[in-house]
Design a protein around this ligand. Sequence first.
Ligand SMILES: *[C@@H]1O[C@H](CO)[C@@H](O)[C@H](O)[C@H]1NC(C)=O
Ligand SMILES: *[C@@H]1O[C@H](CO)[C@@H](O)[C@H](O)[C@H]1NC(C)=O
Ligand SMILES: *[C@@H]1O[C@H](CO)[C@@H](O)[C@H](O)[C@H]1NC(C)=O
Length: 264
Amino acid sequence: MMLYSLLFVAGLCISRDVLASQVVKKEGFQFLLLAHFWPATSCVYFQNEGKDCYVSPDVKGWTIHGFWPSIPGTEKPDYCNNSMKFNFEEIKGLSQRLAVSWPYFEKGASKTELWEHEWTKHGTCAYTLPILKGELRYFNQTLNLHDELNISKTLGDSGICPSNEKKHTPLDFFNAVKKGIGKIPNIICLKDKKTNQIYLDQIWLCYNKQLQPMDCPDVSESQSLTSTLYFQSKAEEGISTASKSYFQECPKNEKIYFNPIPRE
Ligand SMILES: *[C@@H]1O[C@H](CO)[C@@H](O)[C@H](O)[C@H]1NC(C)=O
Ligand SMILES: *[C@@H]1O[C@H](CO)[C@@H](O)[C@H](O)[C@H]1NC(C)=O
Ligand SMILES: *[C@@H]1O[C@H](CO)[C@@H](O)[C@H](O)[C@H]1NC(C)=O
């Protein structure tokens, strides 16, 4: 949820940064986090915000939220160079792929809104890595990594399919991804403020600087907002460090929803 709210204050942050003469942060990073949205849960989020969502018929599965230069256990570097303005022209050639794999679900919003936000906040921090330098490389490489995955298939292989009835524990999703991809993911849940129902919202996968898959670190304290919902993954076999959690905003002993993508 924090990520969503950051998305919406982005306009504010950007305009404030622009006022400062030139903000250039030279923060390093150690790995990259590829965050994926489940479109049906994005709609729950927007409905909570009193907004409508729109999911194009071309969108059939998990979509990219962003690709974030990260440091384990700390806040991610962000807004690293405000001179690197987003220019859609540079990635126009990727339009088709972006529309299918990296859409923004707020009905009526500019289709470039998420891309501009992700570039300004995260892409400007990936710049120090030659393979991600510049808008075209950053967006293309992120799409390429997404194309290598089929998270719906990965979950399906463990018997988890979108359903309005059947629920699963956060650990079920964690285990399915870990088994299918062979690396530790982070699992992000979202609570519907109106109904208190909890949904699978995001799956985060991690990559090293050579863009090879790696285990995700545990979600840092600073990112775990609601301690009451904080899932301690003690139960997870093979993970001995009891204090670590790979879950955010997820319930400990409750099954959560993973609904089919809504169609108009
Ligand atoms: C910030 O971005 C501008 C515009 O691309 C570039 O000229 C400048 O070298 C960058 N600064 C750093 C420290 O990378
Ligand atoms: C995107 O990446 C692929 C794979 O590396 C490459 O073949 C393609 O030329 C790139 N596309 C653009 C527009 O840079
Ligand atoms: C992902 O896998 C499912 C089968 O589980 C398949 O129907 C779908 O076409 C695949 N998606 C892509 C983009 O290959």
